[in-house]
Ligand binder design. Structure first.
Ligand SMILES: Cc1cc2nc3c(=O)[nH]c(=O)nc-3n(C[C@H](O)[C@H](O)[C@H](O)COP(=O)(O)OP(=O)(O)OC[C@H]3O[C@@H](n4cnc5c(N)ncnc54)[C@H](O)[C@@H]3O)c2cc1C
Length: 397
């Protein structure tokens, strides 16, 4: 047996022994399903969610390619592919959703000191600390570099004052990675630093923003005379813009995956919804016009999936190219949800009431949520600007 065959066998056995029954799809169970984000404030409705997180975290398989010295799995690209295939084969749930994994840890690996890596990455991998992202401010979204939250040098610490907005899940987070202005006199891109701030620090507060749906997925985050130790600065003073951009590339790479049908709100596929509403003819959606729309959509999705896979196989490092995938993936996800709502006929846009089933009500909420996909991590218009400047290298004016 080759090394990879051995690895597959061991992985299979390990998953079989350690993946709890309710963490596998298809397992007959009424156990509640958790969205597992980890952190000190986490609550688990299903105890097996925590068991699964702990086991995968201990193994380092929540970030399988990260070196073992930082608590990762230390796996090669080929081994990660096998791990994913074997998890897929038993329908294993992702043990952890995490801004730390998708965004912060990759830039810490690139820009952090050895001490910073040792301190933060293992806790991200084990889901012990939950992170949020402090980039946007009331006056700084697309023009992020105009941000005004200031961090003054006070000798052994920075004194941070200002406000962030749209900070997803800040009220559940333990720490925030934030962009702050440390060089008020420098040109705007040259006066920004990248700072890690413990949300338990005196002077940090959050105020959830309540949406029309009643949910509060994001917050305003305030910093009032917050003392942050100097050791929490990542990279050099006033050089945070480079790190900020790199983190956005990792974020955009992650968000691109929403374009694949396996992402949010897709427990029911557009085909099954359309068959329910339009009926079936020879196993196909009966309505020929809608059927051709779905075929066109599915072909684009398949091509997108293959392109993402090829980019990954060819190295897939975070770069400006992530803007292309982010743009296409999020616009495609919006179109898929539009199609699903259209396919639901008069049960589309279900919100409340006994005449609708839970899937229909969930779909409306998921459809609304997709509208944010082409805004979060930078809007589609901003992605097009990045693509024209940084990928196609077109002249600016
Ligand atoms: C679901 C969701 C989650 C989010 N989570 C976070 C988070 O956790 N942390 C965080 O820091 N932020 C978060 N954000 C904020 C997000 O990053 C910003 O909303 C986004 O960058 C746009 O900024 P803005 O809202 O200020 O819009 P604006 O920048 O005011 O843009 C308004 C409109 O003008 C267009 N526009 C602006 N400038 C240009 C230009 N140069 N060329 C062409 N068009 C332009 C935009 O495309 C947009 O259509 C989140 C947003 C959403 C929707």
């Amino acid at each position: 047996m080759s090394d990879l065959d051995n690895f597959r066998q061991e992985t299979k056995e390990w998953l079989d022994k350690n993946c709890p029954p309710t963490m596998r799809s298809g397992a007959p169970s009424n156990a509640p399903v958790d969205e597992v984000w980890g952190g000190k404030k986490a609550k688990y409705k299903n105890p097996e969610s925590k068991i699964w997180l702990d086991r995968m975290g201990e193994k380092g398989w929540t970030m399988p390619t990260v070196p073992k010295e930082y608590g990762g799995g230390g796996l090669s690209k080929e081994e990660v592919k096998i791990l994913n295939e074997e998890m897929f084969a038993i329908g294993a749930r992702q043990p952890l959703l995490s801004f730390g994994i998708w965004m912060l840890a990759p830039v810490l690996l690139e820009y952090g000191t050895e001490e910073q890596k040792q301190k933060h990455i293992p806790k991200i991998i084990k889901g012990e600390i939950r992170w949020c992202q402090g980039y946007s401010e009331p006056g700084s979204g697309s023009d992020l570099a105009s941000l005004a939250t200031k961090a003054e040098d006070k000798g052994d610490h920075f004194l941070v004052n200002g406000q962030k907005i749209w900070t997803s899940y800040a009220d559940h987070a333990d720490w925030i990675f934030a962009l702050v202005r440390t060089g008020p006199k420098e040109p705007k891109h040259d006066g920004i630093s990248f700072l890690l701030i413990d949300m338990d620090n005196k002077g940090v507060s959050t105020k959830p923003i309540t949406l029309i749906s009643g949910k509060s997925p994001f917050c305003e985050t305030f910093f009032d005379d917050v003392e942050v130790p100097k050791e929490n600065l990542i990279g050099d003073l006033n050089k945070g813009w480079t790190i900020a951009k790199k983190l956005l590339q990792h974020e955009r790479k992650f968000i691109s995956n929403f374009g694949l049908a396996a992402a949010m709100g897709s427990k029911k596929d557009v085909v099954s919804i359309a068959k329910k509403h339009f009926g079936e003819l020879d196993g196909e959606i009966a309505n020929p016009i809608f059927r051709s729309k779905v075929i066109d959509h599915k072909m684009k999705e398949h091509a997108f999936g293959l392109t993402l896979q090829r980019a990954g196989d060819e190295g897939g490092k975070a770069s400006a190219v992530a803007s292309m995938f982010k743009y296409y993936g999020t616009e495609h996800n919006k179109r898929r949800h539009e199609l699903m709502v259209a396919a639901s006929g008069i049960n589309g846009l279900a919100w409340d009431g006994d005449e609708f089933d839970q899937d229909e009500k969930n779909l409306t909420r998921a459809w609304l949520r997709t509208k944010g996909n082409s805004i979060e991590g930078g809007t589609s218009e901003v992605q097009l600007n990045v693509i024209s400047k940084r990928v196609l290298e077109l002249p600016s004016s």
